[in-house]
Design a protein around this ligand. Structure first.
Ligand code: NA7
Length: 551
């Protein structure tokens, strides 16, 4: 294995590594650690000025886990698990960013991360079986393997609303929140969006701002987070039960500590059903979603029973019945969109300084110099905050100019939706691994699984002198068909049931509508990945090159 170096004549300034990772978020940090442990030279390019990815960029007021903190942290190091004390059951962004910095320092990861450096393009060199990347500041580097650890929710979406350039006030997107918090005290603030991000933000800023206008297109089923500090005794218990926590998250449907009740809502009496709903509602986190009767997610009638329970919970909390009805979702089943977790969101709409603007009744026409104009009114504003989400799953890759063996880009190849094998590779892009949580998953759990899988695959190649791996067209076709079949037959992901959301790319104008995640459980996905590896990575074609080294 050769050290990091500049290459020879004709390629002055081109650095060479065994692996290049794009992104120093939760997945990039993990993979850097994993590959370096194997003795590879690894270099990470990170656009941000620090580690954290999602937790670096999304530093808006109120940003917080919806996963229990202790189920979100890395599981790979017992020492780390012993050392790190989560302060809250659902950590806020500052704590999570501190945690990821602690991890970076503890494992000395920073020395291989180049911050403030955006990768702008990547080309596969057929002859050398290597990737060459270029950065915005003119840097170039080559590596045998390219790991796209770019996240699924990193390409933020700024809707094309006419007039933004005319606006005289300040404006921000939650996913590019400034490091120096804007001073919102006493100001007239408009928030566009009511997804998981907006729900956290709105709750946090409502008491601070002068006036708050919430521009809502679609109401969501928001459920109480029920966060709290972790006391010393609970901390001790959590640490003692880490093996149990991670065993559980390896078995549950979405790798959270919660899992569905195998019973049907129709198996129990109405009294028992409501008692169970109430019990779940009183619990923290996603218990009231992912711990519910299983058929809520599979049967429209069961779903509607619970949806109505949640609607009534919303109605109980909002004093003005007309405002309450606007906040109650009626156009999609419970769970068809991500359930935002909240800590006082609905009470915000009882405040005198808050106005809910229903964009279904009166759409935004334009942004003016002084604020936002809807069909029926002008809302004067000092600050506009876009909590308008992301070009999810595919956006982080299609927005980069990555070209595979035949010069084809992700944008071209995925014009009709993502085509992958196992979510981890796409035919025509040899030696490029996509490190994403492909299914609906408590992210770090699926990332550690897939990151291990990629590292093991590279070890397998090195042991056999392979310098090239590529998903075959057949394997990709088979997986893409299988993923579509799963999405088409499951109640909440079926095209006739899914509502507009990032899950299907409907939030991005012109994006082909297709279910973007793998509609299967995390354990089923893990089993499939393990099976492929055990069968000699079936579905992948390997190639040997002239050199035996991995780069
Ligand atoms: P989401 O869930 O995609 O929410 C974006 C919100 O912005 C949603 O309420 C949208 O309304 C709204 N939106 C988007 N474009 C517009 C326009 N043009 N006009 C008005 N309103 C608009 O993003 P989040 O950041 O909240 O959450 C993303 C994920 O991050 C979340 O699922 C968690 O996993 C963490 P719509 O619903 O499309 O009508």
């Amino acid at each position: 294995m050769v050290e990091r170096q500049s290459s020879g004549a004709g390629e002055a300034g081109v650095e060479r590594f065994d692996a290049i990772i794009i992104g120093a978020g939760v997945s990039g940090l993990f993979e850097l650690y994993r590959l370096r442990e194997m003795g590879l030279t690894v270099h990470v390019y990170e656009e941000g000025g620090g580690v954290g990815g999602t937790w670096y960029w999304n530093r808006y007021p109120g940003a917080r886990f919806d996963s229990e903190s202790y189920s979100y942290g890395y599981s790979f190091s017992d020492e780390l698990l012993r050392e790190w004390d989560w302060k809250e059951h659902f950590a806020g962004q500052p704590e999570t960013e501190r945690y990821l910095n602690y991890v970076a320092d503890k494992f000395d990861l920073r020395k291989d991360i180049q911050f403030n450096t955006r990768v702008v393009s990547a080309r596969f060199d057929e002859g050398g079986n290597r990737w060459e990347i270029a950065t915005a500041d003119g840097g170039r580097a080559r590596a045998r393997f390219l790991i796209a650890a770019v996240g699924i929710l990193s390409a933020h979406h700024l809707p094309d609303i006419p007039g933004l350039d005319d606006f005289k006030g300040e404006w921000y997107h939650t996913a590019r929140w400034p490091h120096r918090d804007p001073d919102l005290a006493g100001k007239r603030v408009g928030v566009i969006g009511t997804g998981a991000t907006a729900v956290q933000l709105i709750t946090e800023i409502a008491p601070v701002v002068g006036r708050l206008c919430v521009f809502q297109r679609t109401p969501n089923y928001c459920a109480p987070l029920r966060n709290g500090p972790i006391d010393a005794e609970t901390q001790r218990k959590i640490k003692a039960s880490y093996p149990e926590i991670f065993r559980r998250t390896s078995e549950t449907t979405a790798a959270f500590i919660h899992d569905f009740d195998p019973r049907s809502v129709f198996e129990v009496s109405e009294e028992e059903r409501i008692a169970r709903f109430e019990e779940l509602w009183a619990q923290p986190g996603f218990a009231k979603w992912l711990g519910n009767f299983r058929d809520i997610m599979t049967n429209p009638e069961a779903n509607e029973i619970y949806a109505e329970f949640v609607r009534n919970k919303i109605r109980e909390r909002v004093r003005d019945p007309a405002v309450a009805e606007k906040l109650v979702p009626k156009d999609h089943p419970f769970g068809a969109k991500r359930i935002p977790l909240e800590s006082g969101y609905y009470e915000v709409f009882n405040r005198d300084n808050v106005t809910l603007v229903d964009l279904r009744e009166s759409p935004i026409e334009r942004i003016t110099a002084d604020g936002i104009r809807t069909r029926d009114a002008d809302y004067p504003l000092d600050v506009i905050i876009f909590a308008t989400g992301f070009d999810a799953v595919t956006g982080p890759l299609t927005r980069l100019d990555i070209r595979g063996a035949k010069g084809v880009s992700f944008r071209e190849k995925w014009a009709d939706g993502p085509r992958t094998y196992l979510g981890v590779q796409t035919a025509g892009f040899p030696n490029l691994f996509i490190l994403n949580a492909a299914s609906f998953c408590n992210m770090p759990r699926c990332i550690e699984m897939l990151g291990d899988w990629i590292a093991d695959c590279i070890a397998y190649m090195r042991a056999r002198g392979y310098v090239r791996i590529e998903a075959t067209e057949e394997a990709e076709d088979g997986w893409t068909r299988h993923a579509a079949e799963r999405a088409n037959r499951s109640f909440l992901t079926r095209p006739d049931v899914t509502t507009d959301s990032w899950f299907v790319g409907a939030n991005i104008p012109g994006k082909k509508r297709t279910y973007l995640l793998y509609a299967n459980s995390a354990p089923a996905y893990r089993r499939k990945c393990a099976e492929v590896a055990a069968n000699g990575y079936e579905g992948f074609a390997f190639g040997k090159g002239e050199e035996s080294g991995s780069r």
